[in-house]
Design a protein around this ligand. Structure first.
Ligand code: NDP
Length: 264
């Protein structure tokens, strides 16, 4: 098929969308939800995937699912709230695979409460997991990525990192922080063909949002032009695109995947 345009007619161009064959990826928070879906999608596109989180049993299950489908994956225990654990996991992944070319900082938690009642620990734990963890893991993997002169860093932020949310001062601050981190790194790393982008999900049905009561859920869906919650697979597709060669000229971008909930 010819599209009459040399870029689209390139023999490999149609595969580039999802072709990550031979790439090494690391996904944090890959034991469930969005991270798990991202790991499966990157593996489906041909990447070898290091799945990292605290729950070893769930990681092993996800790795088994990837392997059963003919993909390549391995599990690494990681607590992103611990600098020691981050250093150990980064070392273990590099020892196993030699490099990490695609890093997806997805691990995240909520500790919701109004600011007036928010304990210092509610603030610290969310900031250290969602933001400091992403920074420290990126830093730990940066030297080999710079030597490789190719890389993709994709941070999972949130619609509330842009809008704010009552009861989520800690979470929204961490997610807004990730956007600043994304754009600063994008500027620092561009000369080595490393792109740094963020994906901002809206309301996605996972364990994180399963705790919301039905009224809140209905109110959220009422704000979504597409009229439904998103799926973890829909976030995974966006991540796979940003990881691909087709996204080579996109950096410092925040990709909203939110059914139109916020159009920015
Ligand atoms: P889940 O609660 O289902 O999954 C969170 C994942 O993060 C788990 O795999 C968990 O693994 C991991 N995690 C949590 N704390 C740590 C830690 N200290 N160290 C390592 N891993 C950790 O949530 P989602 O899949 O919904 O969320 C994934 C990301 O997407 C989060 O960053 C979240 O903020 C973001 N997001 C989600 C939205 C939604 O509507 N669901 C909307 C916007 C953003 P384990 O417990 O095994 O360590």
């Amino acid at each position: 098929m010819s599209f009459g345009n040399k870029e689209f007619d390139h023999p490999e161009s149609r595969d580039h969308m999802t072709d990550l064959k031979g790439r090494i990826a690391l996904v944090t928070g890959a034991s469930q939800g969005i991270g798990r879906a991202v790991a499966l999608e990157l593996a489906r596109a041909g990447a070898t995937v290091a799945l990292a989180a605290r729950n070893e049993a769930k990681l092993a299950e996800a790795v088994a699912e990837i392997e059963a489908a003919g993909g390549q994956a391995a599990a690494f225990t990681l607590d992103v709230a611990s600098e020691e654990s981050i250093k150990a996991a980064a070392k273990a992944v590099i020892e196993r695979f030699g490099k990490v070319e695609i890093l997806v900082n997805n691990a995240g938690i909520t500790r919701d409460t109004l600011a007036l009642r928010m304990k210092r620990d509610d603030w610290e734990s969310v900031l250290s997991t969602n933001l400091t963890g992403a920074f420290l893991l990126t830093q730990a993997l940066l030297s080999p990525m710079l030597r490789n002169r190719w890389g993709r860093i994709i941070n999972i932020t949130s619609v509330v990192g842009r809008t704010g949310q009552a009861g989520q001062a800690n979470y929204a601050a961490s997610k807004a922080g990730l956007i600043g981190l994304t754009r600063s790194l994008a500027r620092e790393l561009a000369s080595r063909s490393i792109t740094v982008n963020a994906v901002a999900p809206g309301y996605i049905e996972t364990a994180m949002t399963a705790v919301l009561d039905e009224k809140v859920r209905e109110a959220m869906i009422a704000q979504i032009p597409l009229g439904r919650a998103g799926t973890d697979a829909e976030i995974a597709h966006a991540v796979a695109f940003l990881a691909s060669e087709n996204a080579a000229y996109i950096t410092g971008h925040v990709l909203d995947v939110n059914g139109g909930m916020l159009m920015s």
